[in-house]
Structures are given as structure tokens and as C-alpha cells.
Ligand binder design. Structure first.
Ligand code: PLP
Length: 466
């Protein structure tokens, strides 16, 4: 269908202005100079449309975030109503707004265990940043100022601020032009069975990962480690699904050593894995702190949250100390963003989207698994609406194509021509579509990917790369 607003856009002018003025996230200077960008002007459900009128099924889900789908009139109304009534009000010190209070109460109800305390942020990075500052504050309050080091993992992604990027462990995110913090941050191995298990069974691999954690604690000293930070399933690190029982075991180690467990659910919450939060429902863990964003508003407004336990609250908020948690963003508790989150949650509950996501998510997993038989597919990893196809030059040895070939991009471009967007990350195609996907839309994704992979194989052969 033609875009409702399409006529307003002059794509040639947009391309020029984009090249002249707009520096994107993860801007690749040479590529952008030559090719410009795919300029999106319209969206509905799981579909988006570019400035030239080409329509795509967006299997990327924006950026892991358009969970309930785009263009919902109810969301538009909720955002417009709130903007009309109260577009902004600050949430510092003794100020609050009704929407931020209602959302905090709702998040406390949805979060596991005694995670009843909510700090609202502007997105995922600021939620993780807040979590680390909260760990510092908490440890200082309880008289353990030395207990602040953080353990994370190779391939982790926790955001794009100086601190959160330093916590991350993706090699591709650490180009030599950027600086990183290294003091007090330790990276454990990535729980990546396909590449790291190296012939060991899943159970043996799990034991090795837990043993590595214990060894690192012994080396650094439990009295110096404040927190362990982990995504339930690593997202931009390549949809890494850890061995069964991994998070539960890591959590038990944390509890034994008085280490706070921070679950970074920026991607995995609000339906992406078929639950509001995956930590307990999917992985049997009740974290001390959960960070969330993205699906919290399904991308309709920028918003994040750092949700933490009553146990932490009791320490930091001890009566009579006169303390102030001197941390806050101008847009913390933004009433319009909170109104969007409340409506988003209402829709997820009213339309029973979580059980539906689990059901269609299983179908998505099954259909994607059929791609594993294709010549250059090394592994297909999928859990509900987080999925990834990993390409290899040799299925037996799992050898990768040369990085500069950018194999993920080959498949992505061929899928794009067929009306499907997947996210290429070097040798991967990553997917996180709207969790409202129909069975037919799942079929479309898998059929187009299959054709695109087969075409890639032919083109690789023709070009002498394979
Ligand atoms: N944490 C995780 C697990 C993420 O995947 C992301 C973003 O992709 C972030 C944090 C950062 O969120 P934001 O981009 O909203 O700052």
C-alpha cells in the first residue's frame, strides 16, 4: 500500500541532506559518503516504507524495539492526549508526575521478586549507567567502598555511553580511535556453545564457565567485586543463547559471594522472549537489578528503567542519614514517554500478546531451523523473537568467511531487494521482529531468507569466493 505521507518526501533531497548533515549511530563514513542511507518514512505493524515507496517487512524490529508493531492509533492517541495535558514536568527531588508514578507502580508489579523500586531513564544506556552508579552508592552506603568492580562478558553489549561501552565486550565496538575504561571491569568468556564449547558437551561447557567465574572471583577477591552484569540472551553480540542453567548457576555464585546480579533486559523484556521480564520466567533468576528500555514503549517514545530490589532500597534509603541519590536526567519520568509505556503495557495485556508471542515464537524457531541445511549456514539460533543465522565458509570446520567479505551484508542486500530487512553483523544476520508477527509473516521471512541465502551461494561461487 502507498504511504499515507509519501507525497511529502523528496528522496533525492533527503539523500543530499543526510550526507551533508546527519551523522548516524555507528556511522561508517566511507559507505555513507558513497551510498547514503535507507531512509524510512512510514511504518505500520511489522512493515516499514522508504522514501522511494519500497515496502519492507522489518525483521530487525527497528532496533529490537518495535514490539507491538508500528502505527497503532491507540498509542498515537495516548501520546497526543498526554502531550496536550502535560508535555513535560521534571522529576527531580520532590517533584513527580502522575504518569511516572503509575508506570513505576506497574513496573514494580511486573518485575520479579522484591524488585519494587524504579528509576526511570531515557533509554537502555542510561538505565545500565544508573545501575552501576546504584551499585557504587549501595556499596558506599553499606561501608564497602572497595566492593565496586564489575564482571561482564566478552561479546556483551550494554550501551553506548563511555561507561556502558566499556562494560561491553564486542571487539567490533572497540576500534582504536575510541578510548575505554578498563579499571574495575573484567570480562568473562562468552557462553557461546557453537564457537566456545569446542567439543565439550553443553553440561561440560557450563561447568567450565562457572569454574571460570569462580576463579576470577578468587583472583580479584569477592570483597572487591560489586556486581555481575549480563544480558539473559546476548543481543547484538550475536543472539548468544547460553547453555541450559547458565544464568541460574551464575546467580547462585553471585549470591554465595555477595555480588549483585544485574540482568540487562533492555532487549529481552516486554514480549521479546514471550514474558514481561525473562530473568525469572525463562531463566529462573531473581536479579538484584533489572535494566529495561526498547520494548517498554515499543519504540513509540524513548524511555528506560532501572528496577531494583527492596533489599538495596533499605540500605540506600536508611532513614535519618540525610542522603541524596544525586543522579537524574532532565527526561527521567517524562510524562509522555511514561504514558506511551503504560498504553504499551495495557495493549500487551489486553491482547494477550505474551502467550501469543510464545506460540508464534515457537513457530518462528521451527521454521528458521530449516535454514540450517543450507550450504553456508553454520548455525541458526532462535529463542522466541530473538533470532540469528550464522554464516560459515565451511560447515564442518565452522571456519568463517574473511571478515572484509562481509557475508552478512551479502544476504541482507539480497533480502532487502525481496522486501525483507534483516540486520547484518559481519557473518551474522540478526532478527528481532515485532512480537505481533503472524504465521504468514514468519513464513515470508524464512522463505525470503532461504532464497537470499541460495542466491548468495550462487553469487559467491560466480565471484570465486566459495
Ligand atoms: N543494553 C542492551 C542489552 C542493549 O541491547 C542496548 C541497545 O541495543 C542497550 C543496553 C543500550 O540501549 P540504548 O541504545 O537505548 O541506550
Amino acid at each position: 500500500t502507498e504511504s499515507k505521507r509519501f507525497s511529502k518526501f523528496d528522496s533525492a533531497r533527503l539523500i543530499d541532506a543526510d550526507k551533508a548533515h546527519y551523522m548516524h549511530g555507528y556511522h561508517v563514513f566511507d559507505d555513507h559518503r558513497e551510498q547514503g542511507s535507507l531512509t524510512i518514512v512510514d511504518g505500520e505493524g511489522a512493515h516499514i516504507q522508504d522514501a522511494e515507496g519500497q515496502r519492507y517487512l522489518d525483521a530487525v524490529g527497528g532496533m529490537w524495539c518495535t514490539n507491538i508493531g508500528l502505527g497503532r492509533e491507540e498509542m498515537v492517541e495516548a501520546i497526543a492526549d498526554q502531550t496536550r495535558r502535560l508535555a513535560y514536568s521534571n522529576s527531580f527531588c520532590d517533584m513527580a508526575n502522575d504518569r511516572a508514578i503509575e508506570l513505576s507502580e506497574k513496573l514494580a508489579e511486573l518485575a520479579p521478586g522484591d524488585l519494587n523500586r524504579v528509576f526511570l531513564t531515557t533509554g537502555g544506556s542510561t538505565a545500565v549507567d544508573t545501575a552501576i552508579r546504584l551499585v557504587h552508592f549501595y556499596q558506599n552506603c553499606r561501608g564497602k567502598p572497595e566492593k565496586k568492580q564489575v564482571i561482564t562478558r566478552i561479546n556483551a553489549y550494554h550501551g553506548s555511553t563511555y561507561l556502558t561501552m566499556s562494560l561491553g565486550g564486542k571487539q567490533a565496538d572497540r576500534p582504536p580511535e575510541f578510548d575505554f575504561l578498563s579499571d574495575g571491569i573484567h570480562h568473562l568468556s562468552c557462553p557461546y556453545p557453537y564457537r566456545e564449547a569446542q567439543g565439550r558437551s553443553e553440561a561440560e561447557f557450563l561447568e567450565a564457565l562457572v569454574a571460570e567465574f569462580e576463579a576470577r572471583i578468587a583472583e580479584v577477591g569477592a570483597e572487591r567485586i560489586g556486581a555481575f552484569l549480563a544480558e539473559p540472551i546476548m543481543g547484538s553480540g550475536g543472539v548468544i543463547i547460553p547453555p541450559e542453567g547458565y544464568h541460574r548457576r551464575m546467580w547462585e555464585v553471585c549470591r554465595r559471594h555477595d555480588i549483585l546480579y544485574i540482568s540487562d533486559e533492555v532487549v529481552t523484556s516486554f514480549g521479546r522472549l514471550g514474558h514481561f521480564f525473562a530473568s525469572e520466567d525463562e531463566f529462573g533468576v531473581i536479579p538484584d537489578i533489572i535494566t529495561t528500555a526498547k520494548g517498554l514503549t515499543s519504540g513509540y517514545q524513548p524511555l528506560g528503567a532501572c528496577i531494583f530490589s527492596e533489599r538495596l532500597w533499605e540500605v540506600i534509603a536508611e532513614p535519618g542519614t540525610g542522603r541524596c541519590f544525586s543522579h537524574g536526567f532532565t527526561y527521567s519520568g517524562h510524562p509522555v514517554a511514561c504514558a506511551a509505556a503504560l498504553k504499551n503495557i495495557e495493549i500487551i495485556e489486553r491482547e494477550a500478546l505474551l502467550p501469543r508471542a510464545r506460540e508464534v515464537g515457537r513457530y518462528f524457531e521451527e521454521r528458521l531451523a530449516t535454514l540450517a541445511e543450507l550450504p553456508i549456514v553454520g548455525e541458526v539460533r532462535a529463542k522466541c523473537f530473538m533470532a540469528c543465522v550464522e554464516f560459515v565458509a565451511d560447515k564442518a570446520t565452522r571456519e568463517l568467511f574473511p571478515e572484509e567479505l562481509n557475508i552478512g551484508e551479502w544476504v541482507h542486500l539480497r533480502a532487502e531487494r525481496r522486501g525483507l530487512l534483516v540486520r547484518p553483523i559481519v557473518h551474522l544476520n540478526v532478527m528481532s521482529p515485532a512480537v505481533t508477527l503472524t504465521h504468514q509473516e514468519v513464513d515470508f521471512i524464512v522463505d525470503v531468507l532461504r532464497d537470499s541465502i541460495l542466491e548468495t551461494v550462487e553469487d559467491l561461487r560466480a565471484a570465486g569466493h566459495w
